[in-house]
Design a protein around this ligand. Structure first.
Ligand code: HEM
Length: 404
């Protein structure tokens, strides 16, 4: 039993019961961050803040949204957009944040790949990050169903059709997922539940895991330098801040982070007020109609690269290709066989691999947007093959990398 004395203040009372001073030290004032990092290390905080904005705007939208196939479209496009005071603002914040969050996720992922931040005991940070990526993808897809417009309906139709598993004859699986023969009321209800409850809960848990996984190996730095955090922290605490290689998470690092967050928020609200339409598909302003297939069905921009990997192949091969694309990034820490955890610029062939992967995914994204006519079909096909080729090559090119 812990030793309790008469508390002299509210702080003291809480401290005796919750150990808030220890928590504050471990998570904030003596959580050491390397000095040698750049603005790309603010992306994680921007993601956390954008998720917060999605949560708050989502709660306001939830007050008027109707998860009913006859009412959903009007509850969004008429009630929220026109009748509810500032309803349009919450919707634009939610829509723009849902799109922008993926841009930041991709920047955050590629920063991790460039600096090798998934290596040297940081594998769990990477894996929890990938779980967040999958969870955000599911969250975005389920949210896209809710306005019950033409794209909601038809994108839902195409994606759930994937579960017919081509030639595997998984009869009944698609209907089981939809709760009906076509996307209808049961379908809307379950995606509503997933979007507002189950997936957000999973995301909150995963963010906790991601932060926890960061605490022991500490944050990486832009030279892949092995920092002895104990020694550097002692220097800092002894007053030799100038020669210490670390700073405190709070307030040193946070203050710098907030500067980048501030710039991000200016750009973010510029989009919300002046260019919100980039995050909204015009086709989705027509109500869902199961009898009228849109001429060209495509997902939101952040899914285009994996959609393009699916598209050039027959159903079965396409499905395997798509499943491969969704999970292969999980394996990065294990497929990269090199002992070097330094920036890609100092890593021989891996430098080429990094830029080739980035450019290939941008090409796949562009080709996913255009209709599958020539030459786009052929370009998309070769870009998909390049994607697989790069992953197959990764263990071989990194295995023989010289130690730097
Ligand atoms: C979407 C929600 C996410 C949030 C809120 C988040 C948050 C953070 C934060 C705050 C950091 C520490 C500061 C920084 O390096 O930016 C971090 C680091 C990291 N994150 Fe994420 N992250 C998310 C998603 C991801 C994803 C999708 C990946 C990749 C698959 C990922 C991989 C990493 C890695 C490797 C680090 C370590 C960076 C280093 O040690 O230098 N994260 N994350």
């Amino acid at each position: 039993m812990a030793h309790f004395t008469k508390a002299t203040s509210m702080h003291d009372w809480l401290n005796q019961r919750l150990g808030i001073d220890t928590l504050n030290r471990v998570l904030a004032t003596e959580y050491w961050i390397p000095k040698n990092i750049n603005f790309l290390w603010a992306m994680g905080m921007i993601l956390a803040i954008t998720f917060g904005m999605l949560l708050i705007s989502g709660i306001f939208l939830l007050m008027y949204y109707q998860p009913n196939v006859n009412l959903a479209f009007d509850s969004v496009n008429y009630t929220i957009m026109q009748e509810v005071g500032y309803g349009w603002l919450w919707r634009h914040v939610h829509g723009v944040a849902a799109s922008v969050v993926f841009l930041i996720i991709y920047i955050h992922m590629f920063t991790g790949i460039y600096y090798g931040s998934y290596k040297k005991g940081r594998e769990m940070i990477w894996i929890s990050g990938m779980l967040l990526f999958v969870a955000f993808s599911a969250e975005a897809f389920s949210g896209y169903m809710l306005p019950w417009g033409q794209m909601s309906y038809w994108a839902g139709m195409v994606i759930t059709n994937l579960f017919s598993m081509g030639g595997l004859h998984m009869d009944g699986l698609v209907e089981w997922i939809r709760g009906d023969y076509v996307p209808a009321q049961a379908y809307l209800n379950r995606f509503f539940m997933l979007h507002v409850l189950l997936i957000p809960l999973a995301i909150i848990g995963l963010i906790g895991l991601h932060f926890g996984a960061l605490r022991i190996p500490h944050v990486n730095n832009q030279d892949g330098e092995e920092v002895d955090f104990d020694v550097e922290a002692k220097k800092y605490l002894a007053g030799d801040k100038a020669n210490s290689k670390v700073i405190r998470f709070m307030n040193d690092f946070l203050a710098k982070d907030m500067m980048v967050v501030g710039i991000f928020l200016i750009l973010f609200f510029y989009l919300v007020f002046y260019h919100y339409d980039f995050a909204m598909d015009p086709v989705n302003f027509d109500p869902a109609n199961g009898l009228k297939t849109p001429t060209h069905i495509y997902p939101e921009w952040y899914f285009l690269w994996s959609y393009e990997i699916l598209r050039p192949f027959s159903t079965n091969v396409g499905l395997i290709a798509f499943a491969f694309a969704q999970v292969i990034f999980f394996a990065l820490p294990f497929l990269d066989r090199s002992p070097n955890a330094v920036p890609a610029s100092r890593r021989g062939l891996f430098k080429i691999w990094f830029w080739a992967m980035l450019i290939d995914m941008i090409i796949l994204t562009a080709m996913g947007k255009v209709p599958p006519i020539e030459p786009f079909g052929t370009i998309g096909f070769y870009a998909a093959l390049t994607f697989f080729g790069l992953w197959i090559a990764l263990p071989f090119i990194t295995m023989f990398e010289k130690k730097v």
